[in-house]
Write a protein that binds this ligand. Structure first.
Ligand code: AMP
Length: 270
């Protein structure tokens, strides 16, 4: 496995399909499921590990974000990844003043709670796409709004890249795997699966013809009662992420809530 620290060290493109999985490292089964799917799918698999400073707000956890690089590289080598791009902020990113912005889609929900977050994501993903030139890129539906944002930049900016968006990998108790779960203490970890359970409860209520607003209000009250600070739980159109007023059956139920100092996000389809 080649470990490329600079753009020039990424192997030149060959006449085979190049699959790419961008990550921020601290790899878990969620990331590895994307790598395995890519490995099954394409002749060449590349991964990037880059903790993107542009997507962290000034009060967020950039400096404490976990960076177990050696472990990550060993996991990727075990999955027969061809190359890993591990750029430095100084050398690869510098101090860009150009920004990619997707408009409204990036300012709702996570974008409202984390102003500038999705511009940071879109800018880095566009830069990675230009650097790596993949034929197909794999992302996790765990970060549903991020998937919508990336779909939008691919469409709007005509990147010749196919996207594969894969299902969320969960712990046995339903908690979506996330690098940030490591921040939870034992009490918080015990409560954390309620986030997913609440999404499932909203889905049941909608299937029983409850209206989305009251189903989400009940779920939000439940989350508050077990100790979450809820930012949002909502039923949204799967493309625009605008709140759904009537249920067609393809909506997404999305949520973000804080436990102690840790923000958790999750979502499921109807
Ligand atoms: P991150 O390192 O958090 O930027 O995530 C890198 C990629 O892994 C993104 O496409 C995420 O959506 C995806 N991912 C993170 N957690 C999970 C999970 N639990 N299941 C599936 N994909 C995930």
């Amino acid at each position: 496995m080649i470990v490329a620290h600079t753009e020039a060290e990424i192997p030149p493109k060959r006449d085979v399909e190049r699959a790419f999985i961008p990550t921020m490292g601290a790899l878990h089964e969620g990331h590895l499921s994307l790598v395995r799917a890519a490995r099954e799918h394409a002749s060449e698999v590349g991964v990037s590990i880059f903790v993107n400073p542009l997507q962290f707000g000034p009060t967020e956890d950039l400096s404490r974000y976990p960076r177990p690089l050696e472990t990550d590289l060993a996991l990727l080598a075990g999955l027969k990844v061809d190359w890993v791009f591990v750029p430095t902020v100084e050398q690869w990113l510098g101090r860009p003043t150009t920004s990619v912005s997707v408009g409204d889609l990036g300012t709702r929900w996570e974008g409202a709670r984390r102003p500038g977050h999705f511009d940071g994501v879109a800018t880095i993903v566009a830069k990675l796409f230009n650097t790596v030139k993949p034929d197909v890129a794999f992302f996790g539906l765990k970060d549903y709004q991020q998937c919508c944002v990336i779909q939008k930049i691919v469409t709007d900016l005509s990147f010749p890249i196919r996207l594969e968006l894969l299902e969320t990998i969960r712990e046995e108790d339903g908690l979506a795997m996330s690098s940030r779960n490591a921040y939870l203490n034992a009490d918080e970890r015990a409560v954390a699966p309620h986030l997913y359970k609440s999404l499932v409860a909203v889905r049941h209520s909608l299937n029983a013809k409850s209206d989305p607003e009251s189903a989400c209000r009940i779920a939000s009250d439940h989350l508050s009662s077990v100790g979450f600070n809820v930012d949002y739980i909502a039923v949204v159109d799967p493309d625009t992420l605008l709140p759904a007023t009537e249920i067609k059956g393809n909506e997404r139920i999305i949520a973000a809530a804080q436990l102690g100092d840790t923000w958790l996000i999750d979502n499921i389809g109807l």
